[in-house]
Design a protein around this ligand. Structure first.
Ligand SMILES: Nc1ncnc2c1ncn2[C@@H]1O[C@H](COP(=O)(O)OP(=O)(O)OP(=O)(O)O)[C@@H](O)[C@H]1O
Length: 710
């Protein structure tokens, strides 16, 4: 059973065991090559490759600056790895080819043994790794930006593009950014060898934006970006691409550097990480604790009833308040707090908590598009605006981010700054907002295989899922079969429960029976939710039926596939659901979407993502063009309504509005006729029982309470 015990970041499975068993399951392979685009090539090697291509004019390789950007170019180019060049050893030819780079490099502080990249090379590396960095909020636009282009149009777009120096390797965290030894030891301990694309791009930006941008200042006609006190960052990178590490490392780095010079021993909250679900918050706490091992930093997950010490405006960090002396109140004493918006907001609304978070310097919004979606928006914005530190920096992370989210973030940063300037009576300096995009925005992770399966009816979907559960029937033609462990997503809690009840006995007792299948949703107690998560991570559960609760952020390493039993209600939801497989560059994950006749009007957003994904991979359309053309396109309002309410007949409201349609979409292996017969029988039994009770109305015709058909 070891092959199934590969799901966990936290279970104690030795790496050798993992490797032994990984051959039998497609997406459980070792993530030694976690990158999605230029697999396993560090910027240092790509730098050499690009230099080689430039010099060898006849080698047939196109210059990286030629033609349109090919996001899915061949990943297996042969590269010659030479020792990293230092500034002094940078070839003269390369310098002379790029005078801007030469002059800008003069401003850089280069440490021995550190590879140096000219502006041209940095651009090539960023392009090769599909990293695009843009300056979003106009602190003060560079002079070029204000100029009109040839056709008289104002063009700010291309000019606000930046080419910061990416992270070469995890070792460069120490050489380039003087990362604390404990942090470095913990990174090494976890076997992280090659930084993923998002880590290459985001880590330097967050660790030391000033040095990362020094060359761009010259590149942009002597305009200096004021990054000395940090930047606000908006990152869009594929699911499973390592965003957690990309925001945790800089946070821990800053806290450890600050602690170095201080005798302070108490834990003062200076970082808040918000996540939309308890499960994701708990996972982030685990990851942070692994990276902070033996460092003395404390990371806490916010729980009900927790409060902050009411520190008022004390700056010495002492918080000897009356509250603290009261043992019945759990006071948060942590350097980093990870929370869902609801819990933190309710803690903040407690009168005594008003000044509890005025030290907070970093706010991280993980799955930012959900946190700023109507469901959580008010809570998130309330928390954000209540953080009163003028030096606060915010970073937003997700695999999908609409332009409305970017606008909201920009507006909130500006409004908060204005408010603080008024309150403090001095102008609070504006920090830049930088956008980092990895790969193609809002698209599915490229290493997952998509299947759209027409099942005609609800019963057909159930049959389809049963076939997937059965190893003998799960393969279709030459396609690889979906093998456990996998996740099954439904639209509502009620449907997840019903599907679980239907499938409970489908796994034979010899294979573990009912223990192998479980359901997880928000109506379960916290303890039950934790228990299901642990059992799934350990591999005890093979099929986990759930709602969109688990579609965001949650990382199960060896999940082989995802089944959309109910179609997701937006393209973003599809991207995130199927992103639970194919993580850290693992290949072989399968995403099956079952659809019935009723789903057809809502299928286009899924089909579009599948088509785009296939196109990127160079696998043709990925879906028949006639199907794509035939599927109806929803209006903006219809899209919004679908996102908000889902397919109505599957909801409680739909059941009231149109009971017949709701019955048709109920999850049951019995036909409508059989269900009616059974309901009649149940009704008759209930009726005869009532007949025997005192005061019962004997005339069935007057029995208006009869609920047999419901
Ligand atoms: N440099 C690396 N080398 C190998 N594995 C890595 C590296 N960075 C992260 N990982 C692993 O990749 C997996 C996915 O990481 P993570 O959960 O941070 O992804 P994510 O980008 O936040 O995904 P999502 O968008 O779904 O939240 C984790 O198991 C993590 O341990």
């Amino acid at each position: 059973m070891d092959s199934l015990r590969l799901l966990s970041r936290s279970t104690n499975i030795s790496r050798s065991k993992q490797r032994d068993s990984s051959h039998s399951l497609p997406s459980t392979g070792d993530a030694r090559q976690p990158g999605l685009f230029s697999r396993g090539e560090s910027p240092a090697t790509t730098q050499n490759a690009s230099r080689k291509r430039k010099r060898g004019a006849n080698n047939g390789a196109a210059s990286t600056d030629d033609g349109p950007m090919d996001f899915f170019a061949s990943k297996h180019r042969t590269v010659t790895v030479t020792p990293p060049s230092t500034r002094r050893s940078l070839p003269t030819a390369s310098r002379e080819e790029h005078p801007t780079a030469r002059s800008s490099n003069e401003a850089e502080i280069v440490r021995p043994g550190e590879p140096l990249l000219s502006l041209h090379e940095r651009k090539a590396v960023l392009k090769d790794h599909k990293l695009k960095v843009t300056w979003v909020n106009p602190v003060s636009q560079p002079s070029k930006d204000r100029r009109k282009s040839k056709d008289g149009q104002k063009s700010t777009k291309a000019l606000s593009q930046l080419s910061p120096r990416p992270l070469e390797s995890f070792a460069a965290l120490a050489t380039r950014f003087s990362a604390p030894k404990k942090l470095m030891a913990n990174i090494t301990e976890q076997d992280f060898e090659v930084p993923t694309e998002v880590q290459m791009g985001a880590l330097p930006l967050l660790l030391d934006p000033a040095s990362t941008f020094s060359t761009d200042a010259l590149d942009m006609e002597d305009h200096t970006i004021d990054t000395a006190d940090g930047i606000n960052l908006l990152t869009v990178a594929p699911t499973g691409s390592g965003k957690t590490l990309a925001f945790l490392i800089p946070l821990l780095h800053r806290l450890l550097v600050e602690k170095r010079g201080e005798a302070r021993t108490e834990h003062r909250t200076s970082t808040i990480i918000l996540a939309p679900t308890r499960e994701l918050a708990s996972q982030t706490v685990n990851e942070a604790r692994k990276l902070a091992r033996n460092s003395g930093l404390r990371i806490t997950q916010m729980r009900k009833g927790m409060r902050f010490a009411a520190m008022g405006h004390k700056t010495d960090g002492t918080n000897d308040t009356a509250e603290e002396k009261d043992d019945s109140i759990s006071i948060v004493k942590a350097d980093i707090i990870v929370s869902t918006p609801g819990l933190l907001e309710s803690a903040l609304s407690h009168a005594d908590n008003a000044g509890g978070l005025h030290h907070v310097r970093d706010l991280v919004l993980d799955e930012a598009d959900v946190l700023l979606d109507p469901l959580f928006r008010d809570q998130t914005l309330k928390i954000w605006t209540s953080l009163s530190n003028p030096a606060l920096r915010v970073s937003l992370w997700s695999a999908t981010m609409g332009s409305n989210i970017e606008q909201l973030a920009t507006a909130t940063i500006a409004a908060r700054r204005k408010l603080l300037s008024e309150q403090l009576g001095v102008a609070v300096p504006e920090a830049p907002l930088i956008r980092l995009v990895v790969g193609l925005k809002d698209s599915a992770v490229p290493n997952v295989q998509h299947k759209l399966t027409y099942a005609a009816t609800e019963q057909g979907k159930l049959l389809g899922l049963r076939q997937l559960l059965n190893p003998a029937t799960s393969a279709v033609g030459s396609d690889p079969s979906l093998r456990p462990p996998f996740l099954v997503f439904t639209q509502t809690i009620e449907r997840a429960v019903a599907l679980h009840a239907e499938l409970l006995y489908d796994i034979p007792a010899e294979a573990g029976g009912i223990d192998r299948i479980a359901v997880l949703h928000a109506d379960l107690s916290d303890t039950s939710r934790d228990s299901v998560m642990t059992r799934f991570r350990k591999g005890d559960i093979w099929v986990l039926i759930t709602t969109d609760l688990l579609s965001r952020g949650v990382d199960f390493r060896g999940v082989n596939g995802v089944v959309n039993y109910d179609i997701p209600t937006s393209s973003a939801a599809y991207v995130h659901r199927i992103g639970r497989t194919g993580r850290a560059g693992r290949t072989g994950g399968i995403a099956v979407t079952l659809y019935s006749k009723e789903d057809i009007p809502y299928l286009k957003h899924v089909a579009n993502v599948v088509a785009m994904s296939a196109k990127q991979e160079g696998k043709g359309a990925g879906i028949e063009q006639w199907l794509l053309d035939a599927l109806p396109t929803l209006s903006k309002n219809e899209k919004q309504s679908l996102k908000k309410r889902g397919i109505e007949s599957r909801t409680a409201t739909g059941k009231q509005k149109d009971p017949k349609a709701a019955r048709k979409s109920a999850i049951s292996s019995k036909s409508g006729y059989d269900r009616r017969l059974e309901n009649k029988r149940k009704g008759a039994i209930a009726g005869s029982q009532r007949m025997g009770q005192p005061g019962a109305i004997s005339d069935a015709g007057e029995d208006s309470d009869f609920a047999g058909f419901d």
